[in-house]
Design a protein around this ligand. Structure first.
Ligand SMILES: N[C@@H](CCC(=O)N[C@@H](CS)C(=O)NCC(=O)O)C(=O)O
Length: 149
């Protein structure tokens, strides 16, 4: 019996979903893609109770959060590794991935900025977005320089 393809719930506008699509494609995994709006799709909460995308349904397991999904895929499909074998390089890669997932993207995303919609101007929102992207990417550039040394 053929094994069912994993299903990725995501959206075109979501950089978190793109991270998982890139991982799936680098590993050559055949998957089904379902586009959802996590805020308005009433059924999505049953897939991911926290109502964020992405979420990957693989048989009887649902894995959500782009980093957790990527690490799950890394373990399940070891061919075409996403992470280097070298301990220090691997640690730096995970550091960068986690900074993107927890110290840049969520702070400037809808979860924070959208909450203040109507109570803050467009320019104030933009200032917050730029602050976290600028701070985060300055850090990432420095870590990158450290890696290539
Ligand atoms: N750390 C999570 C963040 C998930 C996240 O913030 N997803 C966004 C799209 S990129 C989302 O679902 N936003 C909907 C909302 O904030 O209501 C990850 O990397 O997957």
């Amino acid at each position: 019996m053929a094994t069912a393809k994993p299903i990725l719930y995501g959206a075109w506008i979501s950089s978190c979903s793109h991270r998982v699509r890139i991982a799936l494609n680098l590993k050559g995994v055949d998957y089904e893609y379902k586009s959802v709006n996590p805020r308005t799709d009433p059924d999505y909460e049953k897939i991911n109770p926290i109502k964020y995308i992405p979420a990957l349904v693989d048989g009887d397991i649902v894995v959500s959060d782009s980093l957790a999904i990527s690490l799950y895929l890394e373990d399940k499909y070891p061919a075409h590794p996403l992470l280097p074998k070298d301990l220090k390089r691997k640690a730096l890669n995970l550091q960068i991935a986690n900074i993107v997932c927890s110290s840049i993207q969520p702070l400037q995303g809808y979860a924070v900025i959208g909450l203040h919609e109507g109570s803050m101007s467009f320019d104030q929102g933009l200032q917050i977005v730029q602050h976290y992207i600028d701070k985060g990417f300055r850090g990432l550039i420095s870590y990158h320089l450290f890696i290539v040394k």
